[in-house]
Ligand binder design. Structure first.
Ligand code: FAD
Length: 379
């Protein structure tokens, strides 16, 4: 593993990029050199509280995707699995996206040889709904007047239409139940080290992106983009590397504190008793891949005389099939109509599984999850 600071050599990308525009430049290099069929990235929509996935095949269209969208709820892994089988594709991943992709690679649902994973370090995301509410409550601003947002040095910063900026400490927002999603607050994987490269602002100088190069493919990306004249690089100072590592460790400590505080508060059986078996958690889960063969589609779960099915039966099947693989992305919390903290329960069980086996979903190399098959079945 090695580190570089990188900066785009294209002024428009440099201007539009979150840090040094390195990610957008590398994606441009991949498209221009025809190393991929396309790039999956996010594009902002009507307001700053969302961003949609877009599949880009011409590098001129990449500019609109540059930047960091902290309120975007999109998960990348299941999109790659569902829509890009057989295609060579590059995409950006937060750590939970990377973990989902890795789980799907283990199950032969994504072919590692066909993908470039460009990692983004992640301190956490904010849900669009709570994002709008917190602007209203803490910033004395109209949520519709916000033209951009960023997270920097522990503050959630907004820029308003009149050019003014306001910031509030994330810690203060979280004390009042706002700020980052609950799952992000307890997430202890902050740097996506299974991605080919992991990019971020920790340890970066202004106008540069700090890149951790995780494997040979990652090194080829940096070398190729430099050779193509789209990227400049230099070495970070030792102090920058050390400072980044310190911040990562502090974030992990905070996450573990959050886990210790919250795992004991949740009782699976009490929470499951509210489950109405609507299938929303299963449908949104990036790890679920059985689709039409899913056990939960069997007639005994669909029998109308049995509606709603005993909640523990429905959730028991989900737990036994994939709690060991939960990447704590929080999507299930977003869609649960009964406000069950689904991801907290699954994450708590994943950690129990970790305590017994050492398996960290989407991170461990040497230990394989149950249901692992070394045989590659049809993709
Ligand atoms: P750009 O050239 O601006 O390209 C960024 C690429 O990321 C674009 O392709 C864009 O579509 C894609 N993207 C934007 N938002 C998302 C998203 N939500 N999910 C998937 N892809 C997305 N770095 C740190 O060091 N510490 C942090 O705590 C940290 N937190 C982050 C939290 C979030 C939610 C995100 C998205 C990024 C975070 N980063 C963090 C990474 C940092 O903000 C920059 O993305 C990174 O330094 C790359 O900068 P760049 O200028 O090279 O990227």
């Amino acid at each position: 593993m090695s580190h570089v600071l990188a900066k785009s050599q294209n002024n428009e990308i440099l201007e539009a990029g979150e840090c040094g525009g390195a990610v957008t430049s590398i994606l441009k290099y991949l498209l221009d050199e025809e190393l991929v069929d396309g790039v999956l990235a996010l594009s902002p929509q009507d307001d700053v509280y969302d961003a949609f996935p877009v599949f880009i095949t011409a590098s001129d269209d990449l500019l609109k995707t540059a930047g960091s969208y902290h309120c975007a709820p999109t998960m990348i892994g299941d999109l790659v699995q569902k829509y890009f089988t057989g295609k060579k594709v590059a995409f950006t991943v937060k750590p939970c996206d990377m973990r989902a992709v890795e789980e799907l690679i283990t199950r032969h649902k994504i072919d590692k040889d066909n993908i470039y994973m460009i990692g983004l370090n992640c301190g956490g995301t904010v849900s669009p709904v709570s994002g709008r509410e917190m602007i209203d409550l803490f910033y004395e601003a109209d949520p519709d007047d916000v033209v951009s947002e960023e997270i920097d040095k522990g503050q959630f910063i907004i820029e308003l239409a009149d050019g003014s900026e306001e910031s509030v400490k994330i810690h203060d927002l979280e004390e009042k139940g706002y700020g980052r999603r609950n799952n992000c607050q307890r997430c202890d994987v902050k740097i996506p080290r299974k991605a080919n490269i992991a990019c971020g602002n920790w340890g970066a100088e202004d106008g540069w992106t700090f890149i951790e190069i995780n494997d040979e493919k990652g090194q080829e990306l940096i070398d190729g983009a430099k050779k193509a004249g789209i990227l400049d690089t230099k070495s970070p100072s030792d102090a920058a590397v050390e400072g980044r590592s310190k911040v990562e460790n502090i974030m992990i400590k905070m996450a573990k504190k959050n886990q210790d505080a919250n795992y004991p508060l949740v009782s699976e059986m009490d929470e499951w008793s509210r489950c109405i078996s609507c299938y929303a958690c299963r449908d949104v889960c990036p790890i679920c891949w059985c689709f039409e063969n899913c056990e939960l589609n069997k007639p005994y779960f669909k029998d109308e005389s049995n509606i709603p099915p005993v909640p523990i039966a429905f959730q028991g099947v989900r737990l036994s099939h994939m709690s060991f693989s939960c990447v704590d992305c929080g999507q299930c919390d977003d869609v649960c109509p009964m406000d069950i903290p689904v991801s907290l329960i699954f994450d708590k069980l994943q950690k129990k599984y970790f305590a017994r086996t050492g398996y960290v979903a989407g991170v461990s190399d040497d230990i394989k999850p149950p249901l692992y098959s070394p045989e590659k079945t049809e993709l």
